[in-house]
Design a protein around this ligand. Structure first.
Ligand code: ATP
Ligand code: MG
Length: 376
């Protein structure tokens, strides 16, 4: 019959096993501890081997010297003391080399185990966001249609009409956020993105034209500088349009209204044949500490939050831009001076270049997070 203390141990054992199975943090802690114990055992074993090896070598040198002395023959060119020192330094060299290799290997394994829960939870978070967005989209469309139908009724009072119009505006705003969330979800499954040759010149002109009205309403000059030539890359037209739309919209929205602000979009080819898109604004800028976070989902910089600019935005635009550019094997550089403006530089490999053979299947981060700062 089990004693109360053995029962307690059994319960504790089951509890620990459950935690190990279900909690990724406990699991990786256990793995890291096991790695450290293994490393300690291996270190002791390597030292033990080193000691044994040097002892054997020393004993054999001594016996060699004694044998030579007894035979009265010529003694070795190096003294006994020197050969012992040689053996010792050789052993220390071996031991250190093995220990350095072990430390690097175990460090690498420990980092993998430690980062696994964070990687898994990020994947789960993105998937969760996508699922929730899917669930919300349909009822939202139903509410919007019902509100529009209600608005069509001539018997609706003026107050009620205003309320309903406001409701539709808010529903549109939520829809935009939901669409952003869905794009974000789609982007983590790059298989869904189809590529074809795209002329960025045409896309840039169209994207700028779509935003002229918004720029005009905010008293901002929106200009485009493109040479009359083709700027072809291999990519997805819809996704690239989303990149340009998000960046131009940001440049306009984060530039103060009616203060002679300007936004310019230009396209050029650099000396390596890569295609560069520049989106420059004379807006509020981004503080240095925020520059490293602006590509994170749901992040909104302090400069815009403090000024109440971009209220009601979701903070997803640049996260989407980041994913799309990464899938096109491009890179993004941000330069910003608080109070003076921001320049976003996109760089894409030209069509046919080695680095753009298979867009959409890359897991690498290809410098997308590269951030350059210039704070005045
Ligand atoms: N051109 C810019 N000038 C100043 N700040 C900017 C600029 N572009 C982005 N930001 C800052 O980076 C943050 C993240 O931008 P992002 O486009 O991801 O989100 P958002 O504009 O807040 O929301 P949305 O999802 O509607 O685009 C913004 O909230 C803003 O603080
Ligand atoms: Mg934005």
């Amino acid at each position: 019959m089990p004693t109360p203390s053995s029962k307690r141990f059994e319960v504790l054992g089951t509890d620990l096993t459950d935690r190990y199975r279900n909690n990724p943090y406990v699991k990786s802690t256990v793995h890291i501890i096991a790695l450290q114990i293994t490393l300690t055992i291996l270190t002791v074993a390597v030292f033990g081997w080193g000691l044994q090896y040097s002892q054997t070598q020393i004993v054999s040198s001594i016996s060699e010297h004694i044998a030579q002395a007894m035979q009265g023959g010529t003694t070795s060119s190096i003294s006994l003391g020197e050969s012992i020192t040689d053996v010792q330094s050789q052993t220390i060299g071996y031991v250190f080399a093995v220990l350095i290799l072990l430390t690097i290997l175990f460090g690498f394994l420990a980092a993998r185990f430690a980062l696994r829960p964070a990687r898994d939870s990020l994947r789960f978070q993105k998937r969760f966001i996508g699922n929730v967005a899917h669930e919300i989209r349909t009822p939202l469309a139903v509410i919007k249609t019902s509100t529009e139908v209600a608005l069509m009724n001539p018997g609706v009072s003026r107050d009620m009409r205003e309320t309903l119009t406001q409701t539709i505006k808010e529903l549109d705003r939520i829809s935009e956020t939901i669409n952003n969330l869905l794009s974000f979800d789609n982007l983590i499954r790059p298989g869904r993105i189809k590529s074809q040759p795209v002329d960025l010149g045409i896309l840039v002109r169209e994207a700028a034209a779509k935003h002229q009205a918004l720029a005009h309403s905010r008293g901002i000059t929106l200009s485009v500088r493109i040479l009359d030539t083709e700027y072809c890359i291999l990519g997805n037209e819809v996704a690239l349009d989303q990149v340009l739309t998000n960046l131009i919209k940001n440049a306009i929205n984060y530039t103060p209204e009616h203060k002679n602000g300007s936004v310019s979009v230009s396209l050029e080819e650099d000396y390596q044949g890569r295609i560069i898109v520049l989106i420059e604004d004379t807006g509020i800028g981004i503080a240095q500490k925020d520059l490293y976070h602006i590509f994170e989902p749901f992040f909104r910089a302090e400069t815009s939050r403090n000024r109440g600019i971009g209220g009601g935005t979701s903070g997803l635009g640049l996260a989407i831009v980041n994913e799309i550019v990464r899938l096109h094997r491009g890179s993004i550089t941000v330069r910003s001076v608080v109070g003076r403006g921001t320049t976003i530089e996109l760089c894409f490999p030209r069509i046919g270049s080695e680095s753009q053979k298979k867009p959409g299947n890359s897991d690498s981060n290809d410098g997308v997070e590269e951030v350059e700062m210039n704070l005045g």
